[in-house]
Design a protein around this ligand. Structure first.
Ligand SMILES: [Zn+2]
Length: 222
């Protein structure tokens, strides 16, 4: 019995740790992931002349295609931009929001390697509609536009984790609330913003209202 009492603090520690891992860590990881994603530099293409990279602290770097000598893709994740002034920029897919925009919008006249050309051809063909953001962007059950999985993939993941599964409507609404907070402008929500990479899904309508998105955004800020 004395041994049991000696071990009691250890047992309690193990029980608390197990509880933390089971209950809190999925939430914690999601929270961290979201924070991390918010801080990724983002690539924006607004016209045919080039692109801008928005970094932390409102730093914006503008690049022109005419200053670039060639682009190479290594594997399916790393872009190397070789500039005419002999400088080079290496861009990992995971480090930039909008990384795909570079591949989609690079001018056809710009020299690229075979891997780049192949990736571009394969990636932007046979996309399907994302029910979350309403763009024709889904490939392999993931939408790179709004970073949501398809409901089918979500169900599979939740089943294998033994987690409770939301209905499709709940799932879509939750993801839409998250996604469309980025499109609030002067008390309105732009559900149909033009996207340079992807076309609009025909007949798509959101399952959340502008008022709900704005309310959700306020709750998140609080
Ligand atoms: Zn989407």
């Amino acid at each position: 019995m004395a041994v049991f009492y000696k071990l009691l603090p250890l047992l309690i520690t193990i029980a608390v740790a197990a509880l933390f891992i089971k209950v809190l860590s999925p939430w914690w990881f999601r929270y961290k992931l979201k924070k991390l994603m918010k801080f990724r530099p983002s690539i924006s293409v607004t016209d045919a002349s080039g692109f801008s990279i928005f970094e932390a602290d409102n730093v914006v770097k503008k690049f022109h295609w005419k200053d670039i000598d060639k682009i190479e893709l290594t594997g399916s994740e790393v872009l190397k931009l070789y500039f005419k002034d002999t400088s080079m920029l290496t861009m990992w897919k995971r480090d930039y929001t909008g990384w795909l925009a570079l591949i989609k919008t690079a001018p056809a006249t710009l020299p690229v390697n075979d891997a780049f050309a192949k990736y571009k051809d394969e990636y932007f063909s046979n996309l399907s509609c994302c029910k979350v953001c309403g763009k024709i962007a889904v490939k392999n059950d993931e939408c790179p536009n709004c970073i949501a999985d398809t409901y089918e993939k979500y169900c599979k993941d939740m089943e294998s984790d033994g987690e409770k599964i939301q209905t499709e409507r709940e799932f879509l609404r939750e993801n839409q609330l998250d996604w469309f907070t980025a499109f609030i402008d002067e008390g309105k929500v732009d559900f149909h913003s033009k996207e340079i990479l992807y076309d609009d899904c025909p007949n798509w309508t959101p399952l959340v209202t502008a008022a709900e998105v704005i309310q959700y955004d306020k709750e998140m800020e609080a």
